[in-house]
Design a protein around this ligand. Structure first.
Ligand SMILES: *Cc1c(COP(=O)(O)O)cnc(C)c1O
Length: 417
């Protein structure tokens, strides 16, 4: 038998053959030995992305869908893999997972959606068409149904498109009086953007109170609003009828999944407006068994992990970055934690951009174009160029620290020269 040529196998693998094909016929111990024999490069070879020619990035920015959200912990990906190996009735799985999640959170009902945006659309559909098969089939034609959703001006955001998908009209209000006057028999739902809770003229409690008094369901979009984990049930307990979270942001679940939590009758209606029911507005929002099970495993893990220790770890990693960058004269640093959404520690960097001959945007571009590629917060962000270890892989803080130091040092030389 010929001696196994690992390098040739690796070349073949990278050229497009699958690993199992490439190693086919070899006894397992030889395969494992061969795998061990290859020295891992400094950063683990991202096989699939290498094959696709798609660059991997270090995420020093946070949970952004364009940057693929978050990374799933092994508990989640293993559960998804296990789910992928068996058939079940999808409706049974939706129901069972929803029931378990509701129990875990102490909320009335729960379901897995195709992200927070999917929850916004299905929640709206539930409020408009309810469980009526004829109405469900007719959406987004809302003739004869409630046709308006109330939203505060400061709460308007790109994701309210998901409300508008249902065919309703947004009624935009600013003051508590305007809110009060806007409610009518046409009002299907009132939408609240949790991240803007301190920006609107109507706060959480008042908003809920108005909804309750008029019998209009209130929806809180809390997509990016864990940590803390208590938020997962706080808003339902406060009185919101429906609350949405992204699965693939702070929770670190499957990127194309989310949670909708709230009133049983509305969750049941949302499920009827959803896949696998075919002639529904939610049919394109399919969530497979893998994501449904994945969200369950995600929630189990999130409620179990030591969030204090995790926070301390983020702070220690920020300290690593600060220590390295502090060796460059003229770069000022400070920490901040956004109050509501993405409530995790960040560090920002400021310097004399003219004297350094380096703008914030140029610094961000150098980080992005360098090796490895690092994505940070920059631009119109309140504190300017900043990073957070929240979504980094372990150890990446050292790479970020080194690259920042390199870029700042090169620019600073122009000042001291
Ligand atoms: C990210 C986000 C969404 C969309 O969440 P997905 O899970 O990606 O669908 C909706 N609303 C807000 C406020 C968000 O930040």
């Amino acid at each position: 038998m010929a001696i196994f040529d690992w390098q040739a196998t690796r070349r073949k693998f990278l050229a497009g053959g699958s690993l199992s094909t490439a190693l086919g016929g070899l006894p397992l111990p030889r395969v494992l030995a061969a795998q061990k024999a290859e020295k891992p490069p400094a950063r683990k070879a991202p096989g699939i992305y290498e094959r696709l020619g798609v660059r991997t990035r270090i995420n020093a920015k946070g949970t952004y869908t364009y940057l693929t959200g978050s990374l799933m912990p092994p508990e989640v990906s293993h559960a998804m893999e296990e789910a992928s190996q068996h058939y079940v009735f999808l409706v049974d799985l939706q129901e069972a997972v929803g029931k378990k999640m509701a129990e875990m959170l102490g909320v009335e009902a729960a379901m897995v959606t195709s992200g927070a945006a999917g929850a916004i659309m299905l929640g709206t559909a539930a409020c408009v068409a309810g469980k009526d098969p004829e109405k469900i089939q007719r959406l987004p034609d809302i003739t004869g149904m409630k046709s308006e959703v109330i939203i505060q001006k400061t709460h308007r955001n790109a994701f309210d498109h998901a409300i508008r998908n249902v065919g309703v009209r947004l009624v935009v209000v600013e003051t508590p009086e305007e809110l009060e006057n806007a409610v009518s028999e046409k009002t299907a739902m009132m939408y609240f953007l949790n991240a803007a809770q301190n920006q609107g003229r109507v706060g959480l409690e008042k908003f809920i109170e108005v909804g309750k008094r008029h019998g209009v369901p209130t929806f809180n979009d809390a997509a990016a609003d864990v940590p803390p984990k208590e938020h997962l049930s706080d808003y339902n307990k406060m009185g919101f009828d429906l609350v949405a979270f992204s699965g693939g942001k702070g929770l670190r679940g499957p990127q194309c999944a989310g949670l909708m939590l709230g009133r049983k009758d509305l969750i049941e209606a949302a499920l009827l407006n959803n896949n696998p029911h075919e002639d529904t507005i939610g049919r394109p929002c399919k969530v497979g068994k893998e994501e449904i099970v994945g969200m369950f495993a995600t929630l189990e893990r999130y409620l179990k992990i030591d969030h204090t220790a995790e926070w301390k770890d983020w702070e220690a990693r920020l300290a690593t970055i600060e220590k390295t960058v502090s060796t460059v004269p003229g770069v000022h640093m400070g920490r901040f934690t956004p109050e509501v959404a993405n409530h995790v520690p960040h560090v920002y960097f400021q310097w004399d951009e003219k004297a350094f001959g380096l703008t914030q945007a140029e610094c961000a571009k150098q980080l992005e174009d360098g090796e490895p590629s690092i994505i940070c917060l920059a631009g119109d962000y309140p504190h300017g160029l900043s990073v957070t270890p929240y979504m980094m892989r372990p150890g990446e803080e050292r790479i970020v620290a080194r690259r920042l130091k390199e870029i700042f040092t090169a620019a600073e030389k122009k000042v001291s020269a």
